[in-house]
Design a protein around this ligand. Structure first.
Ligand code: CMP
Length: 226
């Protein structure tokens, strides 16, 4: 991890900080560090006690829980403008999960006391955090439902619909099959079999490490919780 100088103009590019007045930002400024993490490094680990909020400026990270014996589940992946570490900040319990950089990541690290003091005077910023936590809870509810109610075909279809991004006129998934397996709670072999099946039935096409979704309507139907 490397510490970089904080550029005040960066703060204005972060949606959460756009809700703070210049006066509040000036008070917060000394409590902010600009950090840079290499790929595959852990920005925080489950179980740690810590007192800071992180906001991603660039790069992607995954949120994981492992069983200490090499098996892990990826709860979700997050990217630019998203924050993490708010749960321990709010309930003062140890970190609920680990956060690993999937790509080189630049983050703002904001120490708890200054951030909480700012939040006290800013209802809109507190609501933004609350909305994000609620949206993560909704997402977690959907995941619980899909794990309990769907077979691996359905779970992979749901995941593909969730992570596919539009590029030109194509819908592309660049999550590898190993990562997909961790996200749907299945073995890599099983996920590869499902992807082969989807390819044989014309739902997807493989292009090197990427998956191109050819039939979004059928994929959506396969991934629907009924
Ligand atoms: P905290 O518990 O402080 O440290 C780990 C962080 O991972 C947590 O705060 C959240 O920011 C994030 N996190 C944990 N679970 C989820 C989830 N299900 N979805 C999105 N983010 C999560």
């Amino acid at each position: 991890m490397t510490n970089l100088a904080v550029n005040p103009s960066i703060l204005k590019t972060v949606p959460l900080f756009a809700l703070f007045s210049d006066h509040q930002l000036a008070a917060l400024f000394p409590a902010i560090q600009h950090r840079s993490y290499p790929r595959h490094s852990f920005m925080l680990r489950a179980g740690e006690r810590s007192d800071a909020l992180y906001i991603i400026l660039s790069g992607r990270a995954k949120i994981v829980i492992d069983d200490g014996e090499g098996r892990e589940v990826t709860l979700t992946t997050i990217g630019a403008s998203e924050f993490f570490g708010e749960m321990s900040l709010i309930d003062e319990k140890p970190r609920s999960a680990s956060v690993e950089a999937l790509e080189p990541c630049e983050v703002l690290y904001i120490s708890k006391p200054a951030f909480m003091a700012c939040l006290k005077d800013n209802f809109d910023a507190a609501m933004l955090i609350l909305k994000s936590v609620v949206s993560r809870l909704r997402e977690a509810d959907r995941k619980i439902a899909s794990l309990a109610l769907m077979d691996v075909h359905g779970r992979v279809a749901r995941l593909i619909m969730d992570v596919a991004h539009e590029s030109g006129d194509q819908w592309i998934v660049d999550t590898g099959s190993e990562e997909m397996a961790r996200m749907v709670g299945a073995s890599r072999e099983m996920v590869s079999r499902v992807l082969k099946d989807m390819r044989d039935s014309g739902l997807i096409r493989r292009d090197k490490r990427k998956i191109i979704v050819l039939d979004r309507a059928s994929m959506d139907q396969r991934g629907a919780v009924r």
